[in-house]
Write a protein that binds this ligand. Structure first.
Ligand code: NAD
Length: 463
């Protein structure tokens, strides 16, 4: 059979595309990563039937192998993530992968509710949705793929990922890892699937597909709105702009250290990270002193204007600045900051765009407040009603309660860095999908199940 020029070009294009997009664990092609979204969904549907037939014990074996492989490949994924997205830092990304591996709940998170009495026994059993569609961000790409996979598989689901196009390589590496872990543990292939080249088009195919009843969107306001308008059940983990409030009763030295640690973790990429400070007047100077001691670098009003012109382009966030460290950002405005610089700080009005906008950069504006009531009012304004995350340093229980009630966020960390909310230096489980918009809060396996009432009439009550 003769092959014409167009066909040869087509073959060469496909081979080159594969070579460019195939990071491999063991020299083999990526498992679960398809050219075509419809093929991926078909394979996922088959995998879901297979996992549904397996015992809970088998699901748990698959999950523990995912945990093991995530720890083994934490550094690889951290390096790939930084290289591909140019955001964040390798050391913190290693910690994030380990956290996901160790503290994302598995099948133990799925609990049964029971009533028994004269009329028998009734159970609420938590069963799978089936094939879940998950849209994942560029800021915690492989962490979210692994975290969502563990929770969704624990619930008996399979998952079709639509990763951020700018983080496709590392996200697909994680998809492959999940499938290798499953097959090695005796489970099905394609429990997690994705496409080689995710685009808006492939994402829309996934959102509209008849075999996908639930969409989980982790990202900015655009994607959450799209998913919530899809006519399907949607879980929306959207944007935040977490303020951290400091009052006069706080341990100011510790507060400064915690704030800098939380704000600079992975160069401020986590959506929960401290994005601006609101402090009562009395302690602003002392707090600033300790912020500087912890690597804060104070910039002038002129430098702020230069920074505004750099981090915003045509009214939008300049993606070249997102997730960069403080020294790199300062070098972009011509400042050669000392090596111990960790965070850019300045005092400003709450309307300053470096304060009011969610930047995902280690830049902390300090807003001065007259007293606690003024501080609460300013912090609530800065959170923009996202109801995502807020933090506070205080020893006054009444102030803590007042702020907690007023800000009404899914996460409220007291007297610790923001990452304590993810179980890092705090109690509780880890997740990288915080459903602020739709109210599920910190998602876990049980979020990805649906209730089934199971009634046995007049029997099985043995009281
Ligand atoms: P992003 O919104 O640019 O992208 C997120 C995902 O949505 C990507 O996969 C992208 O391809 C897709 N997407 C974007 N617009 C879409 C649309 N209209 N239709 C369909 N898909 C669309 O976000 P990002 O820059 O990767 O991540 C940062 C943002 O995500 C921040 O706002 C951050 O606060 C938020 N975030 C929230 C959580 C959470 O748990 N609540 C976690 C991580 C990130």
């Amino acid at each position: 059979m003769a092959v014409n020029d167009t066909q040869i070009q087509d073959i060469v294009r496909k081979v080159l595309a594969q070579l460019q997009t195939e990071p491999q664990i063991s020299g083999k092609p990526l498992m679960g990563v398809f050219e075509d979204m419809n093929d991926a969904i078909r394979a996922s549907k088959k995998a879901q039937k297979e996992i549904r037939a397996l015992s809970m014990d088998s699901r748990e074996r698959i999950i523990s192998n995912i945990r093991k492989k995530t720890i083994e490949h934490a550094e690889t994924m951290a390096r790939m993530g930084v290289e591909e997205t140019q955001m964040g830092n390798v050391g913190d990304k290693i910690l994030k992968h380990k956290l996901v591996a160790e503290k994302t709940p598995g099948t133990e998170d799925i609990v049964t509710t029971a009533w028994s009495g004269d009329r028998g026994l009734t159970l609420i059993e938590m069963g799978p949705f089936g094939v879940i569609g998950a849209i994942t961000p560029s800021t915690n790409p492989s962490e979210t793929v692994i975290c969502n996979s563990i929770g969704m598989i624990a619930g008996g689901n399979s998952v079709v990922f639509s990763p951020h196009p700018g983080a496709a390589k590392v996200s697909n590496f994680a998809v492959d890892l999940v499938n290798r872990a499953s097959v090695e543990a005796g489970g099905p292939n394609n429990l997690a699937v994705s496409v080689v080249k995710p685009t808006m088009e492939t994402s829309n195919i996934m959102i509209k597909h008849k075999d996908i009843p639930l969409i989980v969107a982790t990202g900015g306001p655009g994607v959450v709105t799209t998913v919530l308008s899809s006519g399907k059940r949607g879980i929306g983990a959207g944007a935040g702009n977490p303020p951290v409030l400091v009052d006069e009763t706080a341990d100011i030295k510790k507060a400064a250290q915690d704030i800098i640690n939380g704000c600079t973790f992975d160069n401020n990429l986590p959506c929960i990270a401290e994005k601006e400070i609101v402090a009562v007047e009395k302690i602003v100077d002392e707090l600033t002193y300790y912020l500087i001691e912890n690597g804060g670098f104070v910039i002038s009003r002129e430098d702020q204007n230069r920074l505004i012109a750099t981090v915003f382009k045509d009214g939008k966030l300049n993606r070249n600045c997102v997730g960069r460290d403080a020294r790199t950002l300062l070098s972009m405005i011509g400042i050669d900051a000392p090596a111990n610089t960790r965070c850019i700080i300045f005092e400003g009005e709450k309307e300053n765009p470096l304060i009011a906008e969610e930047l995902m950069m280690p830049i902390l504006g300090i807003v001065r407040a007259k007293d606690i009531d003024d501080a609460i009012e300013k912090a609530v304004w800065l959170e923009h009603g996202n109801r995502h995350s807020a933090h506070m340093h205080s020893k006054n229980v009444d102030n803590l309660t007042k702020f907690g009630q007023a800000i009404d966020t899914a996460i409220f960390v007291k007297n610790a860095p923001s990452y304590a909310a993810l179980g890092f230096g705090g109690e509780g489980f880890c997740t990288f999908t915080i459903a602020s918009r739709t109210g599920e809060g910190l998602t876990s396996a049980r979020t990805f199940t649906k209730q089934r009432r199971c009634v046995m009439s007049d029997s099985f009550c043995i009281r």
